[in-house]
Structures are given as structure tokens and as C-alpha cells.
Write a protein of this length. Structure first.
Lengths: 276, 395
């Protein structure tokens, strides 16, 4: 986690003059808060949680950063990680787990020292206890294919999924040089002209024209093959204002009850039903 | 309107188009389409029904025989039926020559409803949609339940209970509402949970899940529209029933009504009465009145479709005093407070548009629309209102 956090804020080979973070968000990342990993740090103990003569700080090991602006801290004694903002980091001192262990055993002389509980300073970053619970993805992510940090290669570049399916273009710029879409658009314009839908005129003074948008659709047959490319010219109807640009808008539809009635009448007379 | 991107006219880059006709996406587009097709149908000699504007009828006399064509309009989908194949084919040809339309052939899938037909009748069902709903709400692996609600289930507002995600709950209700198009057996339960959309609680969500568990076992159910004998006149029967004080929060009664054309269910309804009824007789009287309103609409629509009906609509009520109240314009101490508008039913009875008859409580088919029934009774009524398994029907 911390590795990715730092990698995202460091220059990469691919991107010129910007860090991945900047390329993604558009903001220059602030690196003021970065501290040496594994430094000893002291977390403030709030007044409510201590008595008059107790220590005002507790020592921890810095293991990462938290989105709220705090640091992730690791407690060598209990083996638990916490998050806190009230932290002073001493970058000159690298945490030595064995030392604290000594200290502990010095105070509690009776305690049997369990050899497995001895921490090595090299290992201290990996020994954060991982939850053994099966973690489930949030439901909002269920629709997506997720890739984990493991997919980032050694240099920190993210490996993208190749887009396998033929996608429908979403705007005009994407299809500008594409023959098949050009043909589809010509067909649509042709049909509009044939129906004499519009005529070319000057724009009246002080009026704004309604803008248009091309919408592209690939028609797929049941075998999953693309059979037709269709382009449709859409007027941006949401720019129209009631009363000025249009009056009545509703279209009539038959009620579902009526449809049932017609079907049962047809069944009664043994007529056939057709659809258009 | 601006010129389309990529198709600007040279030398006239600053000009714009003035629309003479509607374009896809314009607010007026649906209305313009409707006006266009309405005009065209008029020219073809169709009459538009005044009580249902989406339906057109054409009658033609030829060689002493009358041919008839009925068209249902659903924006740009058309449902066509008629007395002869030839008439239908002619109509289709005319439509195709006028509009860029495609002929979708015999009716099999319309508005998300599947129509399965054999020589005995047509089954309307939404099994695909039902499965989609179950998958969407992660209920496709649930254990099927036999009824959509526990016996005698009554829901209350439960302000003390834990709130559930309202958006999710509303999505469930909305999805289930559409499936009621072909499932009168679900109508009551869905109606019941939809009252709590404003602030859904855990018990309401449990009820919704129970409906989906019932759906899980009955995905392939639909309504049966049996084929009849073309020579007999048709008859509409209706059942209305009220569950007095069905809602414990505001003490309003639940009404249910169902209409049959011959043996096929054509409309049903389960809802809460507008007023608080003081007695079960009053609740039934109000229910019968609401059913009468619907019956009057059916009467005029069927008349406009130029289909001959046998006598008046029969309305079955299982409360003797409510029937007496409707048939005899007498005022009693216990009924004088009933709002005047509900005496509409007396007017219709005296005009002989509707006839109210008594039926035994066990045969009251609209029972299923007003309360959560016991398993056996539920299954029996479900069969009687024409809800069947499409797979069993087709084999």
C-alpha cells in the first residue's frame, strides 16, 4: 500500500515531467508529509486517556499514510496498527523491535520471553497482522473487472486490460476517419433530406440554435456479430424551453388493460394477433 | 438548429437549419409522431376510441360480411388484430408503404411480455423479466416460497425499526410493479409493500424478499386467455371485495376487484380506499362503487370496439347489506354519512348498466387481491383467476 502510494507520487519512465498522481488528478502531489518508512514516531495520548504523571506520547513505528492526512502506525508491543494525525516522526531513529522487547522484559522480569514474539527490525514492516476474515468486495464494484496491485509491474507501470470487444464510438471525433461510420452517417443525412425535414436558413438575430449530437450504434445479430453500423442524428431536446420551443409533448399509449382486453377479444373470436 | 458535425454545407458555414419536421430527441418528437400516425389512421378509415385514445377500430362491409380491424398503438409499436388475415395483411402493406416500418409477424413478444399460444388459448407471461429481477436483487438462489406473503400479514409503519436503503427498496417495488401486468396473484403483496416506499424498514424489506422468493418458484406463471366460441356474445363479470380496516395505521380498508371477459382476466386492482369506512358494509359498498366506475369504462370501450356484449356487467359482492344498499335507494341511520359520490353505483344499477349479485365468500375471487391467504386457498384462487404455469400449459 505504502509502496504504491509513494510510487504514484514519484516520476516514472513513461510520463514526462509529471508524476502518475498529477497525470490522473491534475494536481501536483504534495510530498511534504512523506517520512522515512519504519521511523520511530510518537503519538500523542489525549488528556482523557491518561493520568497526570503518565507519558504524553507513545512510541510507534511509521508504516504508511492514511487518506485523512494521518499516518498509519504500528505498535511493536501489541502488534496492532492504528491511524493518528497527532504524530511526531523522528526520522533519525529507525525502530528497533528487539530494543523495545528488551525494555519490556526489563520491566516485567517475571514474563516468560516467547521466542516467537521477538521482532526483527527487517521484518517489522511485513509482520502487520492481516485479517483472516474473507473480505468481500463492495457491491458497487461488482460490475467491474478489478485488477489488484499485483498487476503493477516492477517499474510501477500499471498493466491495462486490452479492450477486446468492438466498442461503439461515443463522439464524432472518434469516427471522423472511419469509412463504415461515415457511410452510416451519410445514410442518416440522406433519410433526413429525403423526408424534407429541414431547410437551410439564416439564424434569426438573438436566437440560439439547438445543437446536435451523433449517436452510433452497432447492431448485433444473435450470433454476436456486428451486422450493421447505424448512426443517428439527435437533437439535444433538453436545451429546448417549454412554451418557447414547444407546446404539447405527450404521446398516447394504450393502457395495459386495454391491450389485455384486445387480446382476449381476439382470443374469443379466434382472430390472429400481429405486431408491427 | 446547427449544421451536423461533418456535414456542413460549404460556403454556408454560418447558416442554420430550420426544422420543418421533428427530429429524433426533440421534445416534440413523440407528439409529432402521434399526430402523424393519428392522421394517417383517420385517412385509412379508422375510428379512434374516445375512451381509449391509443385504440383504433375499422369496420368494413363487404359482400354482406363485416370485417373488422382493431389496432392498439404503443408509441411506435402496433398491435393489430382483425377478423380476417386478408384485412390485416392489407393494413400492414399500407403502413409499410407510408412509414419505414417493419412487420414483426405474429405476436410473440410485446412490451416485455411474452405471448405463448396453442389451440386452447394464449398465455401472457413475463418469465424472462421475472428472472432478470431476481438476478438483479440477488435473489436467484433463494428458496422458493409457496405464497407471496405470510398468512394474515399486516404491515405497519414501524418507526422504531432499522431503516433500510430506500433507493434499493424502491427499485424492488418498481420492478415488481411491472410484473403485476401479468400476475394478479402478486398484486396485493406488491401493493402492500409499496405503501412503505417513503420510509422502508426491515420488516417491509423482509416482505419484499418474501415476494421475490414466491416469484422464484413461480417465474413461469402467467395469465391464461382461453380461446372461445366466436358465435356467442361475450360477457364481462367482475368481483369486488373489501378487507375492512386492512391498514392498521390509518384504518382504511383495502379493496380488490377483478374483471373477466368470459374466462380471461382483463383487469385487476388492489388498493386502499380513500375514506375510512365505519362498517364492513360501507367498505364493500365503496369497493363496489369503484368497481362500477371501472365497469362503466369497460362498457363504453367494448361498445366502441363494436363488440357485442351479452347483457350488462355482472358484479359479484359477498356482502348482502352492501348489495341491498346499492339496489334500494333507502337511507338508514348507519349509512347516511356515506359520501354522495359513492351513490354513483345506485345510479348505474338503476340504469341497468351493472347488476350486482351475491356470491359466497369462498367463491369471491377478488379475495386474493385484498389479503394474504392460506396456502391451499391461495392456490385454488390463483387457478380460478387464470394464473397458470406456462410450461405445463404448453405441454
Amino acid at each position: 500500500m505504502t509502496t504504491t502510494y509513494i510510487l504514484n507520487r514519484s516520476p516514472t519512465k513513461r510520463l514526462k515531467d509529471v508524476t502518475p498522481e498529477e497525470a490522473w488528478t491534475g494536481h501536483k502531489p504534495n510530498v511534504e508529509h512523506l517520512r522515512i518508512f519504519g521511523s520511530v514516531c510518537y503519538k500523542h495520548v489525549p488528556n482523557q486517556l491518561r493520568k497526570k504523571l503518565e507519558d504524553k506520547g507513545m512510541s510507534f513505528v511509521m508504516i504508511g499514510y492514511h487518506p485523512t492526512g494521518g499516518y498509519k502506525l504500528f505498535d511493536l508491543k501489541t502488534g496492532k496498527a492504528t491511524v493518528s494525525r497527532d504524530v511526531v516522526v523522528d526520522e533519525t531513529a529507525i525502530a528497533d523491535a528487539s530494543e523495545s522487547q528488551h525494555e519490556e522484559s526489563r520491566i516485567f522480569i517475571d514474563e516468560v520471553v516467547d521466542p516467537e514474539r521477538k521482532y526483527d527490525s527487517d521484518e517489522s514492516d511485513t509482520s502487520v497482522r492481516r485479517s483472516s476474515r474473507d473480505s468481500q468486495l463492495p457491491s458497487r464494484l461488482r460490475d467491474y473487472d478489478l485488477s489488484y496491485e499485483a498487476i503493477t509491474i516492477a517499474e510501477g507501470n500499471f498493466v491495462h486490460y486490452a479492450l477486446i470487444v468492438e466498442v461503439e464510438p461515443i463522439n464524432f471525433e472518434q469516427v471522423v476517419g472511419d469509412k463504415k461510420w461515415r457511410k452510416a452517417m451519410e445514410e442518416e443525412i440522406d433519410s433526413i433530406e429525403r423526408n424534407q425535414t429541414w431547410e437551410l436558413t439564416e439564424l434569426p438575430v438573438g436566437k440560439k440554435p439547438i445543437t446536435l449530437k451523433w449517436v452510433y450504434k452497432s447492431k448485433i445479430n444473435p450470433q454476436g456479430e456486428v451486422v450493421k453500423h447505424k448512426a443517428r442524428l439527435m437533437a439535444k431536446g433538453f436545451l429546448q424551453q417549454a412554451g418557447i420551443d414547444y407546446g404539447e409533448v405527450f404521446a398516447l399509449v394504450a393502457r395495459i388493460e386495454t391491450i389485455r382486453l384486445v387480446i382476449s377479444i381476439a382470443a374469443q373470436f379466434r382472430w390472429t394477433l400481429h405486431l408491427m | 438548429m446547427v449544421q451536423p458535425q461533418g456535414f456542413e454545407v460549404d460556403n454556408h458555414k454560418d447558416k442554420v437549419y430550420r426544422l420543418r419536421k421533428a427530429l429524433y430527441g426533440l421534445k416534440q418528437a413523440p407528439r409529432a409522431w402521434n399526430q402523424r400516425i393519428d392522421g394517417f389512421m383517420g385517412r385509412l378509415g379508422f375510428e379512434k376510441c374516445t375512451s381509449e385514445h391509443g385504440v383504433y377500430v375499422k369496420e368494413r362491409n363487404k359482400d354482406g360480411k363485416t370485417g373488422k380491424l382493431i389496432v392498439c398503438l404503443y408509441v411506435d409499436d402496433l398491435l393489430v388484430t382483425g377478423s380476417s388475415e386478408k384485412l390485416i395483411a392489407e393494413f400492414k402493406a399500407e403502413m409499410i408503404s407510408e412509414f419505414e416500418m417493419s412487420d414483426l409477424g405474429r405476436l410473440s413478444y410485446f412490451l416485455g411480455i411474452k405471448f405463448s399460444e396453442n389451440e386452447y388459448g394464449i398465455v401472457m407471461h413475463q418469465s424472462r423479466y421475472a428472472q432478470e429481477i431476481l438476478r438483479k436483487f440477488d435473489m436467484h438462489k433463494s428458496n422458493p416460497a409457496i405464497t407471496p406473503a405470510e398468512v394474515g400479514l399486516r404491515l405497519e409503519k414501524e418507526p422504531e425499526e432499522a431503516m433500510v436503503d430506500p433507493t434499493e427498496f424502491r427499485k424492488i417495488v418498481g420492478s415488481l410493479r411491472y410484473i403485476c401486468c401479468t400476475r394478479p396473484d402478486l398484486c396485493f403483496s406488491v401493493r402492500l409493500i409499496s405503501r412503505y416506499m417513503q420510509s422502508p424498514r426491515q420488516s417491509h424489506l423482509n416482505a419484499a424478499k418474501r415476494i421475490m422468493r414466491y416469484l422464484q418458484g413461480t417465474c413461469d406463471f402467467g395469465i391464461l386467455i382461453p380461446k372461445g366460441n366466436p358465435d356467442t356474445d361475450m360477457k364481462v363479470t367482475a368481483y369486488s371485495y373489501a378487507d375492512w380496516c386492512g391498514d392498521k395505521d390509518d384504518r382504511k380498508s383495502t379493496v380488490g376487484s377483478i374483471f373477466f371477459l368470459e374466462k380471461s382476466p382483463i383487469s385487476w386492482r388492489s388498493s386502499k380506499e380513500q375514506v375510512v369506512a365505519l362498517s364492513s358494509c360501507e367498505a364493500e359498498y365503496v369497493a363496489a362503487c369503484e368497481a362500477t366506475c371501472q365497469a362503466v369504462w369497460w362498457n363504453s370501450l367494448i361498445e366502441e370496439l363494436k363488440v357485442r356484449l351479452l347483457e350488462k356487467i355482472n358484479l359479484f359482492v359477498d356482502n348482502k347489506s352492501a348489495i341491498d344498499l346499492a339496489n334500494h335507494p333507502a337511507s338508514h341511520g348507519r349509512s347516511k354519512h356515506i359520501e354522495t359520490k359513492y351513490h354513483f353505483i345506485r345510479d348505474q344499477v338503476s340504469k341497468k348498466k351493472v347488476e350486482i349479485a351475491h356470491c359466497r365468500s369462498e367463491m369471491q375471487l377478488s379475495d386474493i387481491l385484498t389479503k394474504a391467504l392460506k396456502r391451499e386457498h391461495f392456490k385454488e384462487l390463483r387457478r380460478l383467476i387464470g394464473v397458470i404455469n406456462v410450461n405445463e400449459f404448453l405441454t
